[in-house]
Design a protein around this ligand. Structure first.
Ligand SMILES: Nc1nc2c(c(=O)[nH]1)N[C@H]1C(S)=C(S)[C@@H](COP(=O)(O)OP(=O)(O)OC[C@H]3O[C@@H](n4cnc5c(=O)[nH]c(N)nc54)[C@H](O)[C@@H]3O)O[C@H]1N2
Ligand SMILES: Nc1nc2c(c(=O)[nH]1)N[C@H]1C(S)=C(S)[C@@H](COP(=O)(O)OP(=O)(O)OC[C@H]3O[C@@H](n4cnc5c(=O)[nH]c(N)nc54)[C@H](O)[C@@H]3O)O[C@H]1N2
Ligand code: SF4
Ligand SMILES: [Mo]
Length: 704
């Protein structure tokens, strides 16, 4: 027997970047624990981390390419796969134009250093503008707000949770999700520390979440009314003469204009729609104004909804107006060692609206179109119709709105390729699946999450296990396809470049380069390096042409009639009297971790939460099977009765629905869970940003 060794790395599953200590012997993992010496996560980890060993040993996981034939899937060589794919892509593009080929990128790309670096040149090699990703089913409104207010979509303000005295959490459940657009391992510990130092946490959510239960106060809100709540708070800041820009006094444009507009949104005028009493709204605003430091943080609940754009703009505005921006305890910009904005010039013209989708005319932004339009762009004939698709680490059949309709659309594609580790609900439609290495077989460096982190830290983890000769990494797959699509010569740099070469270069060129930051330094410090708390840095980080914050970008003003219409809208469609919202579960990550037995064993977690009064009226009891139907589909699901959910609202988990024919995820397939996105409607979007509007999907409930 060889000796037991220890390996340190960051977990690559969610955004929290927890440091792990892994004991292993040969190629067997013996234990996975939190790394006590990680300067950021300090030993914290959640139950998902231990499943990293399950993904490594998973017998269902693909390791070499497979091709779909009339009689089933067959193994093929890498060379044969690459040759067929490039030949097909090129001929489709030759016949129908470059944009006939589309790409969809999923969430794990952001957790994979090679993909984070090489997807950009890969997409360029495809030469298509038809690019889609899970970002438009997630955080796109954050990027749009940053683009128009601070001059760069990737310049994201994050809540300084470790120093704030008052934290308002709107539509986020970080105790379960471990934080998003807020990398903060051990959120529970950080929240408790706020309370310990005498601070306060308020949660605004239609559901009494685990985060709400830990908070000092929870306010129920009706779905999709957050922009009205935020506006009323902004109104209060002006109405009480409490604007306090501090060091930003000469850096903010649009103050008077915003004051004028906010006059129309008094707490009294919005209260009935929002479902929060006017007095409570005033108190909330007062508390933010009077706290030594305060921060409003709004996430999925306030992004994946019809007014996601307005919500993220108003969240920033509220932090700025109350003097809680670019200041300890407020919303601050990280200064990552790998800086995505290193080459971003001030006044750089953004791509927002540079193109629009053919059918619904929704905007292009950050190099992509909204995923809610993908099905119609495949199914609508005419110039620019999508006929071929490559998905990279994405499962849009389960993750995008009306995913079941997207599956129908995939059947009509001329040719589809998936770069993925599983034969699942999406990849089963591919002609070829190219599996990359995953998790502990990969190096780890969080390019994106260091940019959204509540503390500046940096860490590189080498692969724990070298991949087998017959395997390829995702980035090698991408670079091989790029080279073949562009007919790059065999000796081209594309064949020699590695993520490590780019990492080292970026680290040395970064603001920390002069102090000796390099890849070697990170290799020498396997627990990671603490750079320190977030620092005021707006003057150097801001990317608007004039170096000023734009508090009132015109596109938000233009969007207000849509918001105002909500306040006069007639009663809803009686056929769909309930609002459906989603929820995340501690032991699953989106759609892909459900093949780990240890994560899914036990009670069925995919249940519909119904308020006791609603259950009474509907005549349903605990454990009963009901049919939930929306404008676009229906599912059967087991009921849980709880007053954690408001009356008139029901909640079910996202990321489920693996019980399908033609997939190869033997553990996941035994799960009774159904897909929430068979109910969500791709036609419901935030028209300003094109982001999917999952929250508040109108549904009906019947005893099955
Ligand atoms: N209704 C509703 N829908 C939602 C949400 C919601 O809250 N409600 N949440 C949205 C959000 S926030 C997101 S981020 C999206 C996620 O949407 P997607 O990114 O489309 O979904 P994932 O489940 O993350 O899909 C991951 C895919 O990558 C594969 N994979 C995993 N690891 C690797 C790897 O190392 N390499 C490769 N090549 N493939 C890998 C998996 O097999 C799976 O097919 O879903 C969105 N959809
Ligand atoms: N365990 C686990 N962790 C995860 C994931 C996972 O699948 N599982 N996914 C990861 C990903 S990809 C992401 S993007 C993050 C997301 O991180 P979060 O945003 O923290 O996650 P959610 O649980 O979707 O939180 C959204 C909250 O909004 C509430 N909500 C719904 N509609 C509304 C509304 O109209 N207004 C308001 N105010 N609230 C509303 C919901 O009840 C829910 O509590 O989580 C990440 N972490
Ligand atoms: S919180 Fe996220 S990063 Fe930390 S161990 Fe869990 S899944 Fe991994
Ligand atoms: Mo996400």
């Amino acid at each position: 027997m060889s000796e037991i060794k220890t390996h340190y790395r960051n977990c690559n599953i969610c955004e929290a970047m927890c440091g792990l200590e892994i004991k292993y012997q040969d190629k067997e993992i013996l234990s996975i624990k939190g790394d006590q010496k990680d300067p950021f996560s300090k030993g914290y980890n959640c139950p998902k981390a231990t499943a990293l060993q399950d993904f490594y040993t998973d017998k269902d996981r693909l390791k070499t390419p497979i091709r779909r034939t009339a009689t089933g899937w067959e193994d093929i060589s890498w060379d044969e796969a690459f040759a067929e794919i490039t030949e097909k892509f090129k001929s489709i593009q030759h016949e129908h134009g470059k944009n006939a080929l589309a790409a969809y990128l999923g969430n794990p790309n952001a957790h994979n250093v090679g993909n984070s670096i090489f997807l950009k040149p890969f997409l360029k090699s495809l030469g298509t503008i038809n690019r889609f990703s899970s970002a438009s089913a997630d955080q796109m409104p954050h990027h749009v707000a940053s683009n128009f207010m601070f001059g760069a979509g990737m310049l994201i303000p994050v809540p300084d949770i470790d120093r704030t005295d008052f934290m308002l959490i709107i539509g986020g459940n970080p105790v379960v999700s471990n934080g998003s657009m807020m990398t903060a391992p051990n959120v529970i510990g950080r929240m408790k520390a706020i309370q310990k130092r005498g601070g306060k946490i308020v949660v605004v959510d239609p559901r009494r979440t685990r985060t709400a239960k830990i908070a000092d106060q929870h306010l129920f809100i009706r779905p999709e009314k957050d922009a009205l709540l935020l506006f009323a708070m902004v109104h209060c800041v002006f109405a009480t003469n409490s604007v306090n820009l501090r060091h930003l006094a000469n850096m903010v444009d649009g103050l008077d204009g915003l004051e004028n507009i906010a006059k129309d949104y008094s707490p009294e005028s919005v209260a009935a729609h929002v479902g929060i009493a006017a007095n409570d709204i005033r108190t909330l605003a007062d508390e933010m104004i009077s706290a030594d430091s305060a921060v409003c943080y709004s996430r999925m609940g306030a992004s994946t909804q019809t007014f996601g754009g307005l919500c993220q703009w108003l969240t920033n505005a509220l932090n700025i107006l109350t003097g809680n921006f670019d200041r300890a305890g407020g919303a601050m910009f990280p200064q990552p060692a790998f800086d995505l904005l290193r080459n971003h010039k001030r006044g750089h013209k953004s791509s927002f609206g540079q193109h629009e989708t053919r059918v619904r005319k929704l905007p292009f932004f950050n190099g992509e179109f909204p995923v809610a339009t993908l099905a119609e762009e495949i199914q609508t004939a005419g110039e620019g119709q999508i006929r071929s698709l490559i998905t990279v680490a994405g499962n849009p059949v389960l993750s995008s709105p009306s995913g079941h309709k997207l599956a129908e659309a995939f059947k009509g594609l001329d040719y589809m390729v998936s770069v993925d580790i599983y034969l699942n609900e999406t990849t089963k439609y591919a002609n070829i699946i190219l599996p990359g290495t995953t998790g502990v077989e990969n190096a780890q460096f969080d390019i994106f999450f260091n940019s959204f982190s509540v503390r500046n830290t940096v860490k590189y983890s080498a692969p724990l296990f070298e991949k087998e000769d017959y395997q390829r990494s995702d980035w090698q797959i991408l670079n091989e396809l790029s080279a073949r699509m562009t007919d790059a010569p065999v000796d081209s740099p594309m064949h020699k470049i590695t993520p490590e070469i780019i990492l080292d270069m970026e680290l040395k060129k970064s603001a920390y380069g002069e102090q000796g930051m390099s890849l070697q330094k990170l290799i020498d410090n396997p627990h990671g390096i603490d750079i320190g708390p977030l620092m005021p840095c707006i003057e150097e980080r801001i990317k608007t042409a004039a170096g000023k914050v734009n508090l009132l970008p015109q596109l938000y003003v233009d969007d207000l009639p849509r918001l105002n219409a909500v306040m006069v809208q007639p009663a809803r469609d009686e056929n769909y009297p309930f609002d459906l919202i989603g929820r995340r579960l501690v032991k699953s990550h989106n759609t892909w971790t459900q093949n780990s037995d240890r994560l899914v064993k036990g009670r069925n977690p995919c249940t519909l939460e119904v308020h006791p009064e609603d259950a009474k009226v509907l005549g349903i009891t605990k454990g009963q099977l009901v049919t939930v139907s929306s404008m676009v589909g229906a599912v059967h699901i087991e009921v849980v009765i709880t007053d954690d959910i408001q009356q008139g609202i029901v909640s079910m988990p996202q990321g489920w629905g693996h019980n399908q024919k033609g997939t190869k995820m033997s553990v996941a397939a035994t799960q009774p869970g159904v897909s929430i996105n068979d109910l969500t409607d791709a036609n419901r979007v935030d028209t300003l940003t094109g982001n999917a509007a999952f929250n508040g999907t109108p549904v009906a409930i019947k005893v099955a």
